[in-house]
Design a protein around this ligand. Structure first.
Ligand SMILES: Cc1ncc(COP(=O)(O)O)c(C=O)c1O
Length: 391
């Protein structure tokens, strides 16, 4: 027990201690947090659907029709018509033969990698991939090779003579907002006879004219990217995840994916609400267009302020502080002015690359972006104080 306290004290001392804020009410761009109304730039509710009245109403209606919980795993008796309809809708949305719902993106990534790779096999993963992809490889027992971020030539050198089972990557990198070099990765995977798995948690619903994500933007299909993972708790505003691919891929996952088999099915009301969210994402392209306009406005404004911009045209716009303490101070500076942008620190990002992860939502207005720009233009640039004020 002493060891735990020592470790917690170390995290505090190194400015790496994490804590939770309390959301009093729905997610949105003006949430009430710890009793205070804020202007928020740090949710993944990119299309503004998490508290959309029609989605909330569908959740209520779904609960009345299907109950509060599924009561069992999919393979026992928990798989219902709301799940089936959503799977069909998701498969159509991404233009693939089939989709399989998982309870969370984290679990989808564990399930896919554990089902398709194993001991004695080699899996190659971008160094900045989401933790769930890394953990999936660990769980599978395959050997994990992490290649330098978005560096296909380095990957090719690493793969040489090794026999590759899978290349796994984020589509949009969750903390940086940049895109994976998918055409090159697809070529390498094909040449090696390996799976290419793309986790497009942050691209789906947002990128491409129709919101089909990074693959739409880069014009890639099932041939180039046989495994597509999407999450439902980000642009679609609800919860859960899916894998989309061929019939045989989905059937294999149903037989083998432990994170699918040994867990309770998603509440059917959530699946029902997600169907409505997907309809809205489809029917209302203005959300994506508005979001794109906000991102451009932010980038132009940041450029004219001389702020360092990341290589990102997505709603994820990191502002790198480097030092964890400075990132905390920046977050605190904004917090004091009722603007919420949490500091992202190691181990979520590499040491020395702590940042504000600014995200935009279709629910933001232009004046929100201007307000943020005015504040970040004045962020303290000095050396951080030795001891931060408690947050
Ligand atoms: C790239 C990526 N994949 C997977 C996940 C996990 O998805 P979920 O929150 O549905 O578990 C996240 C974040 O949550 C993510 O950013």
């Amino acid at each position: 027990m002493d060891d735990l306290d020592t470790e917690l004290a170390r995290l505090r001392r190194d400015h790496l201690y994490r804590w939770r804020r309390l959301l009093n009410g729905p997610q949105g761009v003006h949430p009430v947090i710890d009793g205070r109304r804020m202007l928020s730039f740090c949710s993944n509710d990119y299309l503004g659907l998490a508290a959309h009245p029609a989605v909330v109403e569908a959740l209520r209606e779904g609960a009345l029709r299907f109950g509060a919980g599924s009561g069992a795993a999919h393979l026992v008796s928990g798989h219902g018509e709301a799940h089936r309809r959503l799977e069909q809708q998701l498969a159509e949305f991404v233009g693939r033969p089939r989709a399989l719902l998982f309870s969370a993106g984290y679990m989808a990534n564990l399930g896919v990698i554990q089902s398709l790779t194993g001991r004695g096999q080699q899996v190659f993963a971008d160094r900045l991939n989401h933790a769930s992809l890394t953990d999936g490889v660990r769980l599978s027992g395959a050997r994990l090779h992490r290649y330098p971020h978005c560096d296909p030539p380095a990957l090719e050198r690493l793969m040489a003579g090794r026999g590759t089972a899978m290349i796994a990557t984020d589509g949009v990198f969750s903390m940086d907002g940049d895109l994976a070099p998918l055409p090159e990765l697809a070529r390498l995977a094909r040449a090696a006879g390996a799976w290419l798995m793309v986790d497009d948690a942050h691209g789906l619903g947002v990128l491409g004219a129709a919101g089909r994500g990074t693959l739409e933007l880069l014009r890639l299909g099932l041939e180039q990217v046989p495994i597509l993972v999407g999450t439902l708790g980000k642009a679609f505003g609800t919860f859960g995840a899916f894998v989309a691919g061929s019939e045989s891929l989905i059937e294999t996952l149903i037989q083998r994916a432990r994170a699918y088999i040994y867990t309770t099915a998603l509440p059917p009301a959530v699946a029902h609400a997600t169907s409505t969210a997907l309809d809205i994402a489809d029917r209302e392209p203005w959300r994506r267009e508005h979001l794109r306009a906000l991102i451009s406005r932010f980038r132009e404004g940041a450029r004219s302020l001389g702020l360092p911009l990341a290589e990102s045209d997505t709603p994820i716009q990191p502002l790198i502080a480097g030092d964890a303490l400075l990132a905390l101070e920046w977050s605190r500076y904004l917090d004091d002015r009722n603007v919420l942008v949490t500091a992202i620190r190691p181990p979520t990002v590499r040491p020395g690359s702590a940042r504000l992860r600014i995200t935009f939502s279709a629910a933001h207005q232009e004046q929100d972006v201007d307000h943020l720009l005015a504040l970040i233009g004045d962020l303290p640039r000095r050396e951080p104080a030795a001891t931060p004020r408690p947050l």
